[in-house]
Write a protein that binds this ligand. Sequence first.
Ligand code: SF4
Length: 282
Amino acid sequence: MEVIRARLAGFCMGVGLALKRLDTLLEDGESRPTFMLGPIIHNPQVLERYAARGVGLAKGAECLPPGSRVVIRAHGIPRLEEQALQARGVEVVDATCPKVKRAQLLIQAEAKAGKTLLLFGEDDHPEVRGLLSYAGDDAFVFETREELARHQLEPSREYFLAAQTTQDRQGFQLLQEDLTTRLPAPVTVLETICDATRLRQDEAIRLAGECDCVIVAGGKASGNTRRLSQVIEAVGTPTVLIETVDDLNPNALLKYKRMGLTAGASTPKSIIDEIEAFLRAI
Ligand code: SF4
């Protein structure tokens, strides 16, 4: 089987930086308990490795012993949660991705100017909850064009449009066009979609055009991993989403001659290497 591996498969800048912060903490020789606030990345294999090194997983500030230290993951957290951590007397190590931080601050500035946020994202996603906390009370979150179409807009209000960093750029462009036809005044658009996501998606689409099937490696809870599968499916190419090489059924792949391989932004290189070697051996 011929295997074409995406050049950009694996960790993005934000995930890489967050893990580096945590690794540095673990190597500094301090014996204080160290926690991550929610899983630091959506990859069960990486999380198991940190658990084995004694890193705890806390759901909220109330779970943290005073004097411990806690790492805020790349997705960021809501403002109230940040205040609760500070009040708890723990050391906060902020590993929010610089691009997510930038999105939070841009949203805050527009909301302060009196505009209402329309946010293209998954409302139960931690990054989205964090972004919303910078937007004031009236923000509207939606996942599809249809949902936005059903949402009542008030012509007298000023709106601004932003997206969860991992959203699809083409979909975002269509939303902008829809809003232009629905509202009398131009809508402020914040460019918050991350290039890491777009470039991975573009490469996945290219792979889908060149291959009979594309394997996407990544945590099943990872939004950007799932979206890679979706853009491949949209091209009409079969795709298989797996977490590790153990999820692959070689018999089901025998019919393919040329296989693409890509991975979400929270998938370690070691997992991708293993899958590539497995595919090449078929
Ligand atoms: S996908 Fe982009 S915004 Fe999200 S953590 Fe990675 S670099 Fe940051």
